[in-house]
Write a protein that binds this ligand. Structure first.
Ligand SMILES: [Ca+2]
Ligand SMILES: [Ca+2]
Length: 198
């Protein structure tokens, strides 16, 4: 009986460790957007209720699953500086994070108000990177924000076409409360069984 308990516990613990999920955070029209610069705009507590939502500027075409978005039209010399933000909620700890993107033309990325990437070459391009998972808070709300420009980020120029599309991949270790509770109950039962034998 004792061996059976231990085998069951090991099996359940292995299930707990295997509870890893992949989240894909894609560019789409659920992102809040504005072409106005605000203080503290990349913080979780910032009130973005006055912002609009991103526009789809390339129809059904996607880049790694992410729609091409902007604030306003894809072409033209207005709306050449755009801010995007979105609150992401999940339960668990981020084990690894990465991102692929295409932008016309430059962008900088913030996670919980910390700048994690800045690209300022003034031209359109695609890219990929790994992101330090410790930028994300465990089992909490996280704010992801982007500052994008049509043209060079520090001093916009050569404007006319503008878009941004991305796919952020998070690998998250998710605790399963029911399984943890089951482990606790089995440990209690094992203790009771041992007690009865003495
Ligand atoms: Ca660029
Ligand atoms: Ca451009």
């Amino acid at each position: 009986m004792r061996n059976l308990f231990i085998i069951c516990l090991l099996a359940i613990f292995s299930l707990v460790q295997a509870e890893v999920i992949t989240l894909n955070i894609l560019s789409d029209t659920t992102w809040k957007s504005t072409n106005t610069s605000y203080a503290s705009w990349a913080t979780l507590g910032f009130n973005d209720s006055g912002w609009s939502t991103a526009d789809n500027v390339n129809g059904t075409t996607t880049y790694s699953g992410g729609y091409y978005i902007w604030e306003g039209a894809r072409t033209g010399t207005t709306n050449n500086e755009v801010f995007f933000r979105k609150i992401i909620s999940f339960t668990g700890t981020v084990l690894s994070a990465s991102m692929v993107w295409v932008v016309d033309d430059d962008m900088e990325m913030y996670i919980n108000n910390t700048q994690v990437y800045r690209e300022t070459n003034g031209g359109a391009e695609s890219g990929s990177m790994t992101i330090n998972p410790t930028y994300f808070l465990s089992s909490s709300q996280n704010i992801i924000a982007f500052h994008t420009t049509d043209g060079d980020l520090p001093s916009p120029h050569d404007q006319g076409d503008q878009y941004f599309a991305f796919n952020i991949t998070l690998v998250v270790d998710v605790p399963e409360p029911s399984t943890v509770l089951l482990v606790g109950l089995m440990l209690a039962a094992y203790g009771f069984f041992k007690f009865r034998k003495h």
